[in-house]
Design a protein around this ligand. Structure first.
Ligand code: KIV
Ligand code: ZN
Length: 554
């Protein structure tokens, strides 16, 4: 009954909402808060070197607005910002953003920390929620507005002391999702009255889902309502800042964009307080796979994740959207089969569009490799092992053989209790089928071929030196091809009682030094056996395949 101690969030009173009919059409203004919100949530916050490294990564990805810290709250953050400015590490098209509370000594220090910066966004916040007003501040609505307005006035005052910097301002009614909508509007408009934005010099109003308290459609309703009602909408940039308490921060930000927001704050891989901030990487790549330019570059996602892990000491989960190690790995046989068919269809159709089942994104777009797509386990079925053999090693197993090999793979995975890697699959194939030389061995052979052009008949004579369980013998035979002749020659040895069932062959590799791969199936006492031969000589390849099949039976 513990659920009874929670109240439902309720709905937003908004008529004729528009966002459900909208689509995302372009990237928002992105702002990374990795170095502030992300950093403040780390068990061990980053040092200056780590922050510099992460800042460079964010610049490389393409962020044009980066919240670099809370310089009045920590010496490391102050030193880091000074380092960026003094060493001229901020590219001309990147604006750094800093957070401050509405208290004069903090605002003063914040402006000092920015001295010499060409451009900066100063981000002022105070908490406005019903709960915090009651239990944290014990203040009235008007007193909370006064805190914000006092800070807004101080920002105007200090800005004038640093005329060399082009300042912009941002205000967050912190815990917006726990605040009455009308009251959020009231406090934001009070701040606008102080800052007096214009379309040419806009102010950012950031509406944080500080704690995610409801379904994402509710957040979208709140954003649309706010956009509809805020005065001077054309002089304001509406910014989203979602946290992930209910696991829907990405959905909330996406719907918030539909609802009219212009800007999005978040972090790489969703690092942030508690369950994290919005994962900007996921939201950007969600746009990418809708054919929209996200204006952030995640084409080296593996490397990005490595730098992120190194700086933050956090781990990217193996199943993290787009970035996890296992995201491009299919374990189920039916998935593998569908992926295999999808690759082929995509390739054959020459289409410009990516359409492969179970792979919403081409792994190459984020620097991942096709080799990683499939690993085989006992659920993989015959298609998976055959796919690996063809795509990674060039062996095109005949259809009739795929089942045989699939069963071997399944038995092996059952035995080991784990999945098999591509190399393990190849090793199994090799030890089971390929050029098997024991107990019977083909040592050498000569072939004489007579072609009767009139009848179009081919007569092949073969003489071979073989070793049968250690006993060396010469054999000879005649047939209409090398395999037939050799098969007949074997009747003179102890290797008897086999029926020939099927023969398949293809080139392995391309060019003049390509080899031949041959697959032969024989039958003995009602049981069927496959063997595979590989050689630069097609006849040797066939004879090796035949011996391999015979040896497998033995
Ligand atoms: O989550 C939040 O509300 C914040 C604010 C400071 C914007 O991080
Ligand atoms: Zn936050």
């Amino acid at each position: 009954m513990s659920y009874k101690k929670y109240k439902p969030y309720g709905s937003i009173n908004i008529k004729n909402r528009n966002w459900p009919d909208k689509q995302i059409e372009k990237a928002p203004i992105w702002c990374s808060v990795d170095l502030r919100d992300g950093n403040q949530s780390l068990p061990i916050p980053m040092n200056v070197d780590e922050k510099v490294k992460l800042f460079k990564l964010l610049v490389d990805i393409g962020f044009k607005e980066i919240e670099v810290g809370f310089p009045s709250a920590s010496n490391t953050e102050y030193q880091f910002l000074r380092h960026l400015i003094d060493k001229d590490l901020i590219p001309y098209d990147v604006t750094v953003q800093v957070l401050t509370q509405s208290r004069e000594h903090l605002i003063k220090k914040t402006f000092e920390s920015l001295k010499g910066a060409k451009k900066a966004i100063v981000h002022l916040y105070n908490s406005t929620s019903i709960l915090q007003r009651r239990v944290v501040f014990n203040k009235s609505k008007q007193e909370i507005i006064d805190i914000g307005v006092t800070g807004a006035k101080l920002l105007m005052e200090y800005k004038n002391k640093y005329p060399e910097t082009d300042f912009s301002f941002e205000y967050s009614p912190e815990s917006f999702t726990g605040t009455e909508l009308e009251y959020s509007l009231e406090i934001c408009e009070a701040i606008l009255d102080v800052w007096k934005p214009t379309p040419a010099k806009k102010v950012i109003l950031n509406l944080p889902s500080t704690v995610e308290m409801a379904t994402p459609n509710i957040y979208a309703d709140q954003i649309e309502w706010f956009c509809m009602n805020i005065k001077n909408r054309e002089s304001v940039l509406i910014s989203l800042h979602t946290h992930n308490d209910r696991g829907t921060s990405t959905a909330a930000s996406e719907l918030g964009i539909l609802a009219g927001a212009d800007r999005v704050e978040g972090t790489l891989f969703g690092n942030g307080e508690r369950t994290g901030n919005l994962d900007i990487m996921a939201m950007a790549l969600n746009m990418h796979v809708q054919g929209i330019n996200p204006e952030l570059n995640f084409s080296k996602l593996y490397e990005i994740a490595a730098v992120y892990e190194d700086c933050t000491k956090m781990k990217v989960h193996e199943r993290h959207p787009y970035a996890g190690k296992l995201v491009y790995t299919a374990f189920s046989g039916s998935h593998q089969d569908a992926i295999k068919k999808g690759f082929k269809a995509n390739h054959d159709s020459n289409s410009n569009f990516w359409e492969v089942p179970y792979l919403p994104i081409d792994p190459h777009d984020v620097g991942r490799e096709y080799e990683e797509i499939i690993r085989i386990n006992s659920q993989s079925g015959k298609g998976g092992a055959a796919f690996i053999m063809e795509n990674e090693f060039g062996f095109v197993l005949p259809k009739s053989m795929q089942n045989d090999f699939g069963t071997l793979v399944k038995n092996q995975t059952d035995l080991l209790g784990t999945g098999l890697s591509s190399i393990q699959i190849y090793d199994l194939f090799k030890s089971e089928y390929l050029n098997i030389k024991s107990p019977n061995l083909l040592k050498s052979y000569t072939i004489q071929s007579v072609q009767n052009v009139e009848t179009d008949e081919n007569i092949v004579n073969i003489q071979a030196l073989i070793s049968v369980s250690g006993k060396v013998m010469n054999i000879s035979g005649v047939g209409n091809g090398p395999v037939d002749a050799f098969f007949n020659a074997l009747h003179g040895s102890n290797i008897n009682g086999y029926n020939f069932i099927s023969y398949d062959e293809h080139a392995l590799g391309s060019g003049s030094n390509s080899k031949a791969a041959t697959y032969i199936q024989i039958e003995y006492n009602g049981q069927r056996y496959f063997g595979v031969g590989v050689s630069s000589n097609i006849d040797t390849s066939s004879l090796n395949a035949l011996f391999s099949a015979i040896n497998r039976k033995s």
